[in-house]
Design a binder for this molecule. Sequence first.
Ligand code: ADP
Ligand code: GN1
Ligand code: MG
Length: 366
Amino acid sequence: MDNLYKAAGALMPSCVAEGFETEGRIVKLFPLGEGHINRTYKVTCALPEGGTKKYVFQRINTKIFKKPAELMDNVVRVTGHIRAKAAAEGRDPERSTLRFVPARAGGYLVVDGQGEYWRAYVFIDDCVVYQQVEKTEDFRKAGVALGRFQKMLSDFPADELDETIPNFHNTVSRFADFRRIVSADPVGRKESCAEEVRFVLEREDYCGRVLRRIDSGEVPVRVTHNDTKLNNVLMDRETGEVLCLIDLDTVMPGSALYDFGDSIRFGASSAAEDETDLSKVHFVPELYDAYREGYLSEVGDVLTPAELDLLPFSAILMTYECGMRFLGDYIDGDNYFAVARPAHNLDRARTQFRLVAEMEQYFGIH
Ligand code: ADP
Ligand code: GN1
Ligand code: MG
């Protein structure tokens, strides 16, 4: 039987630790991050000549990412493209994107004895990640990071990327999924959230608004990140400058609006995504303006008039979509997002709807 490397409440099979072309011997392992999908560990290796080398090991949730090989192909290509661009623009390529570690058996994946898929990348030292905005200026910089990311990938052929999760931000199909879950009500939770269900159903009209502009060609399909929450942005601890976007599994063809809107959803809020005291949850216009300014400083001249016009609506749409996904998962019995308490997904949905209502009022969009 495999040795197991132990972390707080977590185990990593030794075949995983030994399966990558990492240097040195593992001396430390502990869980990282607050993601809802994958399992992430920071791994420290001691080098024979002294000193250490740090890595991130991640177990891919294959219930959600059903094609790990295609996923890795996407992210290896995209990070290679960004690294070359960053170097050409005079930035440190090793701090400008993730570097994946090859598997000793070839490729970038190791499959453990349980059939779980793992990948590894180099840990970027001396960086910080925020769960919530502390300084407005940091959020402006996060906007720069997204703009730069989209700009660097603007010449990457979007049609060569695999759609790792089909219809990821297709709000029309998300709405249809939601309606199906509510009808089935598999664990009898529908009654307990009737008001929230009504909130979603009343806004069906939002669902096709961006898709129609994509179909008409006014909103182009670009290479997008699709999960741009603030804790996926690395900043340099010393200089405070933005380094890169991480958590690249959902990089796919999409709309720039999805990325902008998702950043606002998470970052331009006065509270955490799962705050239970709704009186603390507010949309913060000052943060919206700061992010928009940073973002447009990089891509203001690239976006089409329709994209620029839809920026405020994209914030409403992505917040609405995420709330609908949380609520759908709650009614479905918590099969998708990791939860730490029984009503966790309902709490998350409630914060999103609170933000939607405030954004509607602020932007005068209904
Ligand atoms: P998830 O959100 O799916 O758990 P992430 O890829 O976003 O996984 O990683 C979780 C956290 O781990 C990040 O928020 C960041 O704090 C940290 N992290 C991930 N990759 C690196 C890296 N290469 N260097 C430094 N920190 C990292
Ligand atoms: C998930 O994995 P994580 O926590 O970065 C989800 C996003 C949601 C987000 C809500 C693949 O992201 O779409 O916006 O939770 N990722 C996937 O916090 O579904
Ligand atoms: Mg993440």
